[in-house]
Design a binder for this molecule. Structure first.
Ligand code: PDD
Length: 281
């Protein structure tokens, strides 16, 4: 039994009672998008940026954002607990159509679901984690935060089965794209690098915040394509996301990253990031 309150199509209901039709296009086709928004002690982190990305994801699948930023805030507020560090998960699908048809239905209202969960402390934050590299087998619209995550799941599962926390994905040209559920940063020749935004990566909000904080704090940083060979020379590798923040990778494909310890640039950036989060509360 889980009686936590969730939001579904205009109503607040216990999780166990939140039901969606099997004809929902999210269920049948994975036809929808989502967002994950951190919510620290009741404060949504970079909320407008998340709403903007949601609008862009919806536009990418030819749907309109049904609500304004203020309306989304009103929807999320009753789900939030001001004494916890949490994240909002919000999902919008193309709704319930009368028949299964690949082509979009006409005038079907979207299905809108939101829930709020606690962010659990991530064990690898201080010690660093292991990662593997894999060929990126995802589609050509990775900038859209689509609920159809099967390729991402297969990549992550391959990592988990090799006792790794993340899979770092390599495109056909031999360049790093991102993690299965994270963006990638690497310190190479003393410069913090991250792949540029493109249709091959999700434009992470955490990634943007790190780039801003690096610029403000005189940490040499730029967007650049990183080949697998270059990645293997990195003195630090991090993977970043809203729920795990900045995770240092200390072993890649079974080989230690530099001396196998969490690096100095990570320590600096993590302190800056934590202080920045605090400053917004
Ligand atoms: N995922 N790239 C991918 C493929 C992701 O799934 C995520 C995050 C990111 C990082 O984006 P952000 O910093 O905005 O969280 C990059 C979320 C956390 C998830 O699917 O649960």
């Amino acid at each position: 039994m889980n009686n936590k309150t969730v939001y579904l199509n205009g109503q607040y209901v216990p999780l166990d009672e939140a039901k969606v039709s099997v004809m929902d296009r999210g269920f049948l086709f994975g036809d929808g998008v989502y967002e994950v928004i951190p919510c620290y002690l009741g404060q949504l982190f970079h909320f407008q940026a998340h709403v903007d990305r949601l609008t862009a994801s919806l536009a990418g699948i030819r749907m309109a954002n049904p609500y304004s930023t203020e309306q989304w805030l009103d929807i999320f507020k009753p789900l939030m607990d001001v004494s916890e560090n949490q994240y909002i998960y919000v999902q919008i699908t193309r709704g319930v159509a009368p028949k299964r048809d690949h082509a979009f239905p006409e005038k079907t209202p979207p299905t809108i679901f939101a829930m709020c969960n606690n962010i659990l402390p991530f064990a690898g934050l201080e010690t660093g984690v292991k990662a593997i590299t894999l060929d990126d087998s995802r589609w050509q619209f990775c900038n859209i935060k689509a609920i159809a995550l099967l390729a991402h799941l297969l990549h992550r599962q391959d990592a988990v089965e090799k006792d790794c926390a993340e899979a770092i994905l390599i495109n056909r040209d031999g360049f790093v794209t991102e993690g299965a559920a994270s963006n990638l940063f690497a310190v190479i020749d003393g410069v913090l690098l991250t792949p540029p935004k493109s249709n091959q990566i999700l434009a992470g909000i955490t990634r943007d915040v790190i780039l801003e904080l690096a610029a403000k704090n005189n940490i040499a940083c730029r967007e650049a394509n990183i080949s697998l060979a270059e990645l293997k020379t990195a003195s630090e590798i991090w993977v970043t996301s809203s729920t795990r923040e900045i995770i240092p990778v200390v072993e890649l494909d079974g080989v230690a990253v530099a001396d196998g310890k969490v690096g100095a640039v990570w320590h600096a950036m993590n302190s800056i990031f934590q202080a920045y989060k605090q400053s917004l509360l």
